[in-house]
Design a protein around this ligand. Structure first.
Ligand code: TGC
Ligand code: FAD
Length: 391
């Protein structure tokens, strides 16, 4: 007997350094997340601030960034960490993605020296939590249409900025210390670093979710939020700023989704071995083995794709449309695996005694956020044909 990923020999493609980092994260998930996750999910509450500090101590927040207290690991190690975190729960990986790949990355790539000094070391340590506000109630897939505005408070050079608008579905919003928010200025789309205590800023939490329940999701309300001129990210101009950040988070999801799928498949394998049906283990029936073989094939193919993209990222050659290939395939296959694994568990598959239905529900959000499956199909279509079919 062998485990699904061992069958692929994928381990031989991972360096000992990256594997060591991955193992530390896997142990953290086993010790700290698995015991409580079903209860957190059911309660719709994650001890996010507490976990952020522990994740900071573990060194995974902004782990592939250089300097400012970040670990500076390879991109592959970061991907493998996302995989292990999402094997615990997609909400945990979201917490880390939004902190490291969206909020920290935006400041690291586009921020002023003062912005970096003020926020990055505290965010790497998990002492400050960040969120990233791009989506609006009427503009998700099409962020270019955003209505949030930033206007100068006065005519003079260096005048304050005043922001107005609403952002929607923002991970970590209500618990954040700092929000990276994208807004339209007379000069095009620009990013702003907003301490969440600023008057006029509020972040009501979105409740009654049936997916990603162990993750904080919020609206951001900006009502005449006045910021100094220095709050603007100087290095980001136009939509390419936020979209560059999305590439980072989408890359983490390429690996992350496989973690959820692996956890489902390992659960189903173990269950099928133990469960007696018609006098024999469920695992001994051909129909079960066909399912297990097909799922193992998709999991392994997804892993090979993720590791390939990791190599490309580590060598600086990864293109946005290649990230789309990975996100589209691995999330789509992860959902298919989660649903098929649920059938193997029968009725037991719908309870919190097993993680499968929780993963399946979470993956519905993962399919939608960071670019829906359709947006990634169209991105690939555009790369293939040269024609943009978004509008
Ligand atoms: P388009 O004309 O294609 O591009 C505008 C400018 O952006 C550049 N660009 C990119 N730059 C970097 N990375 C990319 N992936 C880029 N894609 C495009 C492009 O070169 C151009 O630059 P410039 O200098 O010429 O101005 O823009 P468009 O308006 O046609 O939109 C294209 C589209 C639809 C692909 C884009 O809008 C898109 O990706 N939409 C999906 C939005 C999305 O993914 N939102 C996610 C929000 S964050 C989130 O979900 C967090 S979930 C929490 C978690 O991760 O756990
Ligand atoms: P829409 O854009 O309205 O799409 C609806 C449907 O139309 C989809 O099937 C879509 O694929 C399809 N569609 C759209 N355009 C086209 C087209 N051109 N051709 C064909 N079909 C199309 N956003 C943030 O900014 N920050 C966050 O931290 C964040 N966290 C999130 C957390 C959760 C749990 C969720 C669910 C979402 C989060 N989001 C966040 C928002 C997320 O990025 C958006 O939900 C996503 O981009 C899709 O936007 P939408 O929901 O408005 O769907």
């Amino acid at each position: 007997m062998t485990s699904p990923l061992a069958l692929f020999g994928a381990e031989t493609l991972i360096s000992p350094e990256d594997a060591a980092i991955r193992d530390v994260v896997r142990q953290f998930v086993a010790d700290r997340i698995r015991p409580g996750i079903a209860d957190w999910y059911e309660a719709g509450a994650l001890p996010a601030r507490e976990l952020a500090k522990e994740l900071g101590t573990l060194g995974v927040l902004g782990m592939h960034l250089e300097g400012y207290g970040c670990a500076g690991t390879s991109a592959t190690a970061y991907g493998l960490a996302c995989l292990e975190l999402e094997a615990g729960d997609s909400g945990l990986r979201s917490l880390v993605s939004v902190q490291g790949s969206l909020a920290m990355f935006a400041i690291h790539r586009f921020g002023s020296p003062e912005q970096k000094d003020a926020w990055l070391p505290r965010m790497a340590a998990g002492e400050a939590v960040g969120c990233f506000g791009l989506t609006e109630p009427d503009f998700g897939s099409n962020p270019a249409g955003m209505r949030t505005t930033a206007r100068r408070a006065g005519p003079q050079e260096g005048a304050d900025w005043v922001l107005n608008g609403n952002k929607m579905w923002i991970t970590n919003g209500s618990i954040a210390d700092v929000a990276v928010v994208w807004a339209k200025t007379p000069d095009g789309i620009r990013g702003f670093v907003i301490p969440t205590g600023t008057p006029g800023f509020s972040a009501p939490e979105i409740r009654r979710k049936m997916s990603l329940r162990a993750s904080v999701t919020s609206e951001l309300v900006l009502d005449e939020v006045r910021l100094p001129a220095s709050a603007m990210l100087p290095g980001a101009r136009g939509l390419s700023g936020p979209l560059s950040c999305l590439n980072e988070a989408r890359y983490g999801i390429v690996f992350g989704a496989l973690g959820a799928a692996r956890d489902c498949l390992e659960t189903a394998l173990a269950y099928a071995g133990d469960r007696e049906i018609f006098g024999r283990p469920l695992a001994a029936f051909q129909a079960t083995q066909l399912k297990l073989a097909d799922m193992t094939l998709e999991l392994g193919k997804g892993m090979l794709l993720a590791l390939h993209l990791g190599r490309l990222k580590d060598s600086g050659d990864l293109r946005a449309e290649q990230v789309s290939l990975g996100k589209l395939n691995n999330v789509r296959e992860a959902i298919a695996i989660a649903r098929e694994c649920r059938t193997i568990l029968g009725a037991a598959g719908i309870t919190h005694e097993f993680p499968i239905m929780r993963h399946a529900n979470n993956l519905e959000s993962v399919l939608t956020y960071e670019g829906t499956a359709e947006i990634h199909q169209l991105t690939i279509g555009r790369a293939l044909t040269g024609h943009s079919a978004f509008r």
